[in-house]
Design a protein around this ligand. Sequence first.
Ligand code: HSE
Length: 294
Amino acid sequence: MKIQIPATSANLGAGFDALGLALTFYNYVEMEECDEVDISSADGVEVPTDENNLIYVSAKDLYAVCGRKLSGLRLRQHSNIPMARGLGSSSACIIAGLVGANKMLGDPLTKDDLVDLAAQIEGHPDNTAPALLGGIVTAVFDGRKVHWVKQEVYTKLRFAAIIPDFELRTEDARACLPKEVSHKDAVFNLSRAALFSASLLTGKFENLRTAVHDKLHQPYRMELIPDCREVFDIAYTHGAYAAYISGAGPTVMAIVDEENKYFAGKMKFSLDNAGLGGWQVHEFGIDNVGTQIL
Ligand code: HSE
């Protein structure tokens, strides 16, 4: 079986650990039952080839939940989504493992079960849920269960991922966050997170720039992402509706109108001129389907 899993962009500014959307950019995993662990990369991207492989671990978890033992798996990975860049590469592995294993067992678990299990493995649902479901997903993880809504988005917006040539591990990007925040900052964020989805879904795009501001994670993570502020400024100079740190970073996501046709080219030109040639720009749409077995 061959599984297609979309990249995801989480947080969407103020919706820390709660909002995420799926992008038209995919990893592929070929998966077969087998008596040994046989894992390979189809494209030269280095992946763990032992039992620590996240796709394998997730498949094994699903088997355990169903009271079965996974004795082996043949996996061949096509890893287009760059790792540790805030585009949901680990969630894509978790979802591939769960969806593939569920199929191999004859689909004993429902979509809701898979959303819950994925969040339990990842610790938060904002990448895993849209990777499975597609669209924009609003999700609350109560530690056991995810309460979620998926909304399909048909929009003229494009998402330009501005991806640097360095990695930032989610673990490090979470370790830099404060343990407590003020009531004022909490209100600042919750109002903007709500404004984001309402504005995206109703086409009130002029609100997005305000909606992506937050006080819970981006100000702290910017310190870990050299030139991040300058990348934001350049994106706004070229007419982006909004720019935010995608997931835990370091990718910066710019939301642009499809009529802003040359955004990616102009962005890249300006980045190069500013001495920021290590940043690449790739434009995607929203994937409304989620993970599919092809
Ligand atoms: N909500 C998560 C974070 C996404 O910002 O840390 C990254 O996995």
